[in-house]
Design a protein around this ligand. Structure first.
Ligand SMILES: C[C@H](O)[C@H](O)[C@@H](O)C(=O)CO
Ligand SMILES: [Mn+2]
Length: 418
C-alpha cells in the first residue's frame, strides 16, 4: 500500500509540476495551517458546569448516538482519538461551560484556574487553545437576551462573564505560547418583529465597549465577534447582526467571525472574505454547513467549502484568517464527525493550494476567460487524492477511509461502554 501511495504521489507530483506547482512545498505549507477544532461536537454542547441545563440560545442538537463525553477526561480522550486520525497539529476551541472544576462556580466568576487541566493537556499534546464565553444555556439567558438585556443587572452579569472569558483566553495564550482567539457570540433576538431595533443594538455596543475595556496582550489573546441572521426563536431579529459586527469589529480593531451557517440560504461567506480582508484586522471562520433551518451540519467537501479554501489561498489570506470549525451532530459517531469535518477542511485547503493560481490570474487579467474556465474545470480531476494520501502517510495518520476502522474499534472499546 505504502509503495503504491509513493508511486501515485510521484506521478501526481510530475503532473502538478508541469503547471509550476511544487507539491512538496505545498505539503510543507499545509502542515503549518492550524484548524481550531471545537470541543462541543463531543458532548452535544452540554459542557460540565451546569449539566442539567438544557441547550438554549436558538441552537439545537438532534440525534441520540451513544457515547457522548460526560466528563472533561472523556472529552479529552475522544479528542485525542480524533486528532490521531487528522494530519497536523491543531487547536482546541473551548467554551466557558467546559470548565474542569469541582467548585460550584458561576459564569461571571470563572478564572484561569478552572481551566488548568485543559492547559496541561494542551501542553502535553502540543495543541493550542481558543475560547468562547457561553452566553446561552443559563437561567439568566432564558428570555433570549444577554449582553443586550434591558435589565442592567442581567446585562452586567453577562458583561462580567465575557470579561472573565477574555482573561482566561489571555491565560491560554500566555501559557501555550500561541495566541488564543476569544470569540463572543450571543443569541439575543426576537421571535417576532420588534418595535425598536436600535435600542438593543445600542445596549450591545455599550456592553461590548465595557467587555473589551481591559487591554490584554495581543500576543496572548485576540477578540472576535460573531454575527448571526436568525436562530430558533429569534427568527425576526438578531441584535448581533452581520452589519452590527462589521461596524463594531472594524471600528474597534476586533476580528470578525464569519460562520458559514449564519447567513441567508444562498449567501456565502467565501464571497465576503476578500472584502473583509481589506478592512478588518483579521477574520475568524466558523466553518460549518447550513442545511435549511440548521446552521451546524458536519462539514463536507461541497462547493462552498472549496470556495472558502480557494479564497483563503488565492488571496493570501491564511495569515490573517483563523480557521475554526462549528458543527454538532448527535446522530452519528461524534469522533467520526470531528474527523470527517476536520479532514475535509484540510483537504479542501490542499485542493486549493494545488491549483495553477498564477496561470489562472494571468488568464483573467488578459480577459482570456476561456482558459480560466477550461483550466479550473480540468483541475477538478487532477490527482489531488494521491497528494492527500501521501500527506496522510507522511504525517502518520490513516490513509483514506481506513481511519473509520479505528473509530469503530474505539466505539466498541470505549464509547459503547459509557
Ligand atoms: C456553540 C457555538 O459557540 C455556537 O455554535 C456559535 O458559534 C454559533 O455559531 C451559534 O449559532
Ligand atoms: Mn459559530
Amino acid at each position: 500500500m505504502q509503495d503504491q501511495i509513493q508511486r501515485n504521489y510521484e506521478e501526481a507530483k510530475k503532473q502538478y509540476a508541469e503547471h509550476g506547482i511544487d507539491t512538496d512545498k505545498v505539503l510543507e505549507e499545509l502542515a503549518n495551517i492550524k484548524v481550531s477544532v471545537h470541543c462541543w461536537q463531543g458532548d452535544d454542547v452540554r459542557g460540565f458546569l451546569n449539566r442539567d441545563q438544557e441547550l438554549t440560545g436558538g441552537i439545537s442538537v438532534t440525534g441520540n448516538y451513544p457515547g457522548a463525553a460526560r466528563t472533561p477526561d472523556e472529552l479529552r480522550q475522544d479528542m485525542e482519538k480524533a486528532f490521531s486520525l487528522i494530519p497536523g497539529k491543531h487547536k482546541v476551541n473551548l467554551h466557558a461551560i467546559y470548565a474542569d472544576t469541582d467548585e460550584k462556580v458561576e459564569l461571571d466568576e470563572l478564572e484561569p484556574k478552572h481551566f488548568q487541566s485543559w492547559v496541561d493537556w494542551a501542553k502535553e499534546q502540543g495543541l493550542g487553545l481558543d475560547f468562547n464565553p457561553t452566553c446561552f444555556s443559563h437561567e439568566k439567558s432564558e428570555d433570549g437576551f444577554t449582553l443586550s438585556h434591558p435589565d442592567p443587572a442581567i446585562r452586567q452579569f453577562w458583561i462580567d462573564h465575557c470579561k472573565a472569558a477574555r482573561r482566561i483566553g489571555a491565560f491560554f495564550g500566555e501559557q501555550l505560547g500561541q495566541t488564543c482567539i476569544t470569540n463572543v457570540w450571543i443569541p439575543d433576538g426576537f421571535k417576532d418583529h420588534p418595535v425598536d431595533r436600535l435600542a438593543p443594538r445600542q445596549r450591545l455596543k455599550d456592553a461590548l465597549d465595557e467587555v473589551f475595556a481591559e487591554e490584554l496582550n495581543p500576543a496572548h489573546n485576540l477578540d472576535a465577534v460573531e454575527s448571526k441572521l436568525f436562530g430558533i426563536g429569534s427568527e425576526a431579529y438578531v441584535v448581533g447582526s452581520h452589519e452590527f459586527y462589521m461596524g463594531y469589529g472594524i471600528a474597534n480593531n476586533k476580528l470578525i467571525c464569519l460562520d458559514a451557517g449564519h447567513f441567508h440560504p444562498t449567501e456565502v461567506i467565501s464571497n465576503k472574505l476578500s472584502s473583509l480582508a481589506l478592512f478588518s484586522p483579521g477574520i475568524l471562520l466558523h466553518v460549518s454547513r447550513p442545511m435549511r433551518w440548521d446552521s451546524d451540519h458536519v462539514v463536507i467537501m461541497d462547493d462552498e467549502l472549496l470556495e472558502i479554501a480557494r479564497e483563503l489561498v488565492r488571496g493570501n489570506l491564511l495569515e490573517k484568517a483563523y480557521i475554526g470549525l462549528d458543527f454538532f451532530d448527535a446522530s452519528i459517531n461524534r469522533v467520526a464527525a470531528w474527523v470527517i469535518g476536520t479532514r475535509n477542511t484540510i483537504k479542501a485547503l490542499l485542493r486549493a493550494m494545488l491549483e495553477p493560481i498564477d496561470k489562472l490570474r494571468q488568464a483573467e487579467l488578459e480577459g482570456d476567460y476561456t482558459t480560466r474556465l477550461a483550466l479550473t474545470e480540468e483541475f477538478k480531476t487532477y490527482p489531488f487524492g494521491a497528494v492527500w494520501d501521501y500527506y496522510c502517510v507522511k504525517m502518520g495518520v490513516p490513509v483514506r477511509e481506513t481511519w473509520l476502522d479505528e473509530v469503530k474499534k474505539y466505539e466498541q472499546d470505549v464509547l459503547l461502554k459509557r
